[in-house]
Design a protein around this ligand. Structure first.
Ligand SMILES: *[C@@H]1O[C@H](CO)[C@@H](O)[C@H](O)[C@H]1NC(C)=O
Ligand SMILES: *[C@@H]1O[C@H](CO)[C@@H](O)[C@H](O)[C@H]1NC(C)=O
Ligand SMILES: *[C@@H]1O[C@H](CO)[C@@H](O)[C@H](O)[C@H]1NC(C)=O
Ligand SMILES: *[C@@H]1O[C@H](CO)[C@@H](O)[C@H](O)[C@H]1NC(C)=O
Ligand SMILES: *[C@@H]1O[C@H](CO)[C@@H](O)[C@H](O)[C@H]1NC(C)=O
Length: 531
């Protein structure tokens, strides 16, 4: 049985090399392409596709208005007789369909959602805003509030203020706005950078980046252009993360890394059936809090440091693993994003160890056999596995007679299964009452270690909402341990300090992991909140 599973998901069915990862096939089909994925609860992942793709592979007994779906040609080609959103249960490996309303206006354009920091809900929309609250029978709920502008391909970020989100851009929309609005005058704010990204029908975030003071609506800094002549955003879809923020510098140093992208002209070439080789580079830049002789200087000397990946890559997902290392997974080697615009799937995940020396940071993990191209996604689960799903370069569900069929299988990539002697176990978090840990407050973590600790590290990870190689709101903070005692029978008690403010870690749920000698525990949920 497990041999079968390995054969299906991996290139070589032999025991994995130490630390190279283990692929597992979890489900042959999710029925719906998980173009969008997010962990909404320690046991649940929400997944959904655009309804514009038409009938999925998940037929419903009744459509959303309650009418029974029949075997007629009409009903079988009616997209509302099929699920477009599902909830995946991590423990049972089961799925249940969720309603996404049939209103095409909303449906074709739903493209973003956000963790609601106070209620563990998600909002998403184009003009409409929807909430999702994970519980046994919960479903999408549409808000009466609307956005002020159309936002298709927008991105969003949870802000330090309580329950506030900034939504930036969208196709043909060169502005940003806030949800919820602080007053009715607070509509949309023009952003010149976005005007410069406009290239015919598409959004190219070209090679520029800025630091925006969203309170004063001022561009504080314009960073240097990333080297090379190619843009790094849709349809030249690169990926990026903020490297872990660390208590050792007071969380002052903020560094970003951007990896992959398409060659200049890749979109035009793809339309002619030519798939140009993608970019092999990553750019890394400290955007604030430069460390000099153990002092933090917020200077103006910003510089991209370029690094070579083991190969060309586009439409890759980037995830911060519990150890603080970065996983680069999914995507292709040639072409660009969009329907039928790419070839040569990237089957090897890369691991990027930021703590190593420049030039020595990349290693190659175990290959998969499954192409994860346009509309694929990946997220980190609390048990340390990476959930990998989706992929559909065809604008409908196409299971055969196309170069790259719609991919419905669900897989996981697991790291380090063999290191249970080092792995911290039975982690529990405690704090005195209340619904969470206030900023700067101390809280306790209890866990079990078979042997003496090797090198302990405590990380807190904000699970992202992932789509189109963009993991919105993903961030990691490395927490300070104030005191630690190792008692009878291997039990360890650690006193940790919560991040100092919502600027470091916006309020909400985080996955707390105890890492011992590079081996992570299973994560436990902790909530950081305003006092
Ligand atoms: C996937 O399908 C194959 C072939 O039908 C079957 O043998 C296998 O058990 C299935 N795997 C899972 C995880 O359902
Ligand atoms: C319900 O939806 C189906 C499919 O879109 C449609 O054919 C039917 O007329 C609708 N029924 C009602 C009562 O609105
Ligand atoms: C989040 O949920 C709370 C409680 O239901 C609600 O009051 C608040 O307005 C929501 N925030 C956002 C940003 O939607
Ligand atoms: C840790 O938890 C597991 C499962 O809950 C339990 O079987 C095991 O005995 C626990 N380990 C220790 C050292 O208590
Ligand atoms: C650390 O914890 C131990 C055991 O709870 C306690 O005796 C000791 O005073 C603590 N040390 C500090 C510096 O808080």
């Amino acid at each position: 049985m497990s041999a079968l599973v390995l054969l299906h998901c991996t290139a070589v069915a032999r025991p994995p090399d130490k630390g190279k990862g283990i692929w597992q096939l979890l489900r042959n089909s999710t029925g719906v392409v998980p173009m969008n994925m997010a962990l909404t609860h320690p046991n649940a992942v929400i997944m959904f596709d655009q309804t514009g793709s038409g009938p999925s592979q998940y037929p419903l007994r009744r459509c959303y208005n309650g009418t029974r779906c029949k075997a007629t040609h009409y009903d079988q080609s009616d997209s509302s007789c099929f699920a477009h959103s599902i909830e995946y249960n991590i423990l049972s490996n089961g799925i249940r369909p969720l309603n996404i309303e049939t209103d095409t206006f909303v449906l074709l354009r739903l493209h973003f959602r956000q963790w609601n920091t106070s209620s563990n809900r998600w909002i998403r929309r184009w003009l409409s805003i929807r909430y999702y609250e994970p519980c046994r029978h919960c479903n999408w709920r549409q808000s009466k509030q609307l956005l002020s502008a159309n936002r298709w391909y927008a991105s969003n970020l949870v802000l330090p203020e309580k329950d506030r989100v900034i939504v930036v851009g969208g196709r043909g929309t060169f502005s940003y706005e806030f949800v919820p609005k602080s007053s009715h005058r607070d509509k949309t704010f023009d952003l010149p950078l976005l005007h410069r990204t406009y290239d015919r029908k598409f959004i190219f975030a070209n090679r520029d980046s800025i630091l925006l003071d969203y309170k004063r609506h001022r561009v504080v800094k314009t960073f240097p252009r990333i080297p090379g002549d190619a843009p790094r955003s849709y349809p030249s879809t690169a990926s990026s993360v903020i490297l872990p923020l660390d208590h050792r510098d007071g969380f002052k140093k903020v560094e970003v890394i951007v990896c992959g992208g398409a060659a200049s002209g890749a979109y035009t070439a793809a339309k002619e059936g030519k798939f140009l080789e993608d970019l092999t580079t990553c750019g890394r830049m400290v955007i604030s809090g430069i460390i000099f002789k153990s002092c933090v200087i917020t200077g103006n000397k910003h510089k991209w440091s370029m690094e070579e990946m083991p190969g060309p890559r586009l439409m890759n997902d980037m995830l911060i693993l519990p150890t603080g290392d970065i996983l680069i997974i999914n995507g292709v080697k040639r072409g660009c994003a969009g329907w039928n615009s790419a070839a040569s799937p990237s089957l090897q995940p890369y691991l990027y160890k930021q703590s190593k020396k420049h030039g020595k940071r990349f290693s190659i993990l175990k290959s998969t056999k499954i192409a994860r191209m346009y509309h694929s996604s990946a997220i980190l689960l609390p048990d340390g596995r990476v959930l990998v799903a989706g992929g559909n370069p065809n604008n409908k569900y196409a299971l055969s007679d196309v170069p790259f069929p719609t991919e419905l299988s669900l897989c996981s990539l697991q790291m380090d299964r063999k290191f249970d002697k080092t792995r911290p176990q039975n982690v529990s978090i405690y704090y005195g009452g209340g619904r969470g840990v206030g900023y700067g407050a101390e809280f306790g973590v209890n866990f079990w270690l078979r042997r003496k600790p090797v090198k302990l590290k405590f990380t807190a990870y904000k699970p992202p909402f992932t789509t189109h190689s963009l993991s919105m709101n993903q961030r990691m903070v490395v927490l300070e341990c104030k005191n630690m005692t190792r008692g009878e029978g291997g039990w360890v008690n650690a006193l940790l300090k919560a991040p100092p403010s919502a600027n470091t870690a916006p309020a909400g749920y985080y996955m707390l992991t105890v890492v011992n000698g590079g081996i992570p525990s299973i994560s436990q949920r902790v909530r950081f909140m305003h006092a």
